[in-house]
Design a protein around this ligand. Sequence first.
Ligand SMILES: Nc1ncnc2c1ncn2[C@@H]1O[C@H](COP(=O)(O)OP(=O)(O)OP(=O)(O)O)[C@@H](O)[C@H]1O
Ligand SMILES: [Mg+2]
Length: 362
Amino acid sequence: MANIKEEQVLDALRNVMDPDLGKDIVTLGFIEDLKIDGGNVKFRLVLTTPACPMKNKMKSEAEDNVKKIDGVKDVEITLDARTPSSREPEEAFPDIKHVLLVASGKGGVGKSTVAVNLAVALKETGSKVGILDADIYGPSVPAMLGVRAQPKVENKKMVPPVVFGMPVMSIGFLADDDQALIWRGPILHQVLTQFVQDVTWGCLDYLIIDLPPGTGDVQISLAQLVRASAALLVSTPQDMAFRDVKRAAVMFQSVDVPVIGLVENMAAFKCPHCGEETVVFPSTNKDGIRHITDDIWVETLVGVPLEPAIAESSEQGVPMVLAHPDSSTAKSFTELAGKVAQKLSILAVKSEQPVASGKTDQ
Ligand SMILES: Nc1ncnc2c1ncn2[C@@H]1O[C@H](COP(=O)(O)OP(=O)(O)OP(=O)(O)O)[C@@H](O)[C@H]1O
Ligand SMILES: [Mg+2]
């Protein structure tokens, strides 16, 4: 039997494309620790995120291609991920690969709900995730996650409580709502800087930040302070609400933060008795793309229905994704997590930052 050569295996693997990055998995450097022992071929397939929704497809394509090589009896592939960063290593949060802002121009559209469910859905894929509730006007993340502990102070830095496996920090831990509302100008900036910089997060793949509603100085300062990788917008689907989304998208463009997409929340009412969905708000968004200006547009990544169970689970401090994991709404959040992870990976690979050294096994 002819000896199988490393080059033969790599050539076979060149037939497998990463559909998001538009290159094959060998060119992308995803194959590591390739070992050939007689007819047995073994390697690690190291993707750009543990949350990649295509991971099983790529793994089985890789296996099929290697099995076609004459003499190959067994193929053992270990899936792994090393998240590249779209951020400069020396910036705020050096050990965090992606910082995602969840924002909207408007209040009460479901930003915090989306932020916590997205975070949990990313965590469920094996990613390391943290949540920062930066809503100085009404921090609601601790309640939505049922956080009872306060941050500890170690080496003059705050160590966030860990809830559902995620470190969680909230402006609500530092001040009550009334106090936060009266902060202005330089004091506000000082508080926000401390709040952002003096926290021990550890190594994270994703830090999800729940921004306060609006498109003013506070949001701009925060986006710059945290050196955000990208923003995800949340809106109810009616055209009236969409005007605020436009303002938010233009604001992010002015500070060079790419908008990776839109979540249309409360898109339809889902009846808790029969499960039927009724459209609540009229929308002119037919093709999944929202045009903002000639050169700005956002893609709707998912629609989330208006569903009593979402509000109930928030009240109980257990996000929908964990409280009702088999519901179609939980699946929408899982779909959102996959899309967000894909978009952030594309941004990171395009920005051609060197792959950060921290490794995340899944
Ligand atoms: N799809 C949904 N179905 C049912 N209830 C929802 C849905 N999305 C959000 N809610 C509820 O609506 C209320 C507002 O949501 P949430 O607090 O997430 O909005 P927000 O945009 O963060 O608000 P704010 O601007 O005040 O921070 C909450 O009680 C939440 O549980
Ligand atoms: Mg909120």
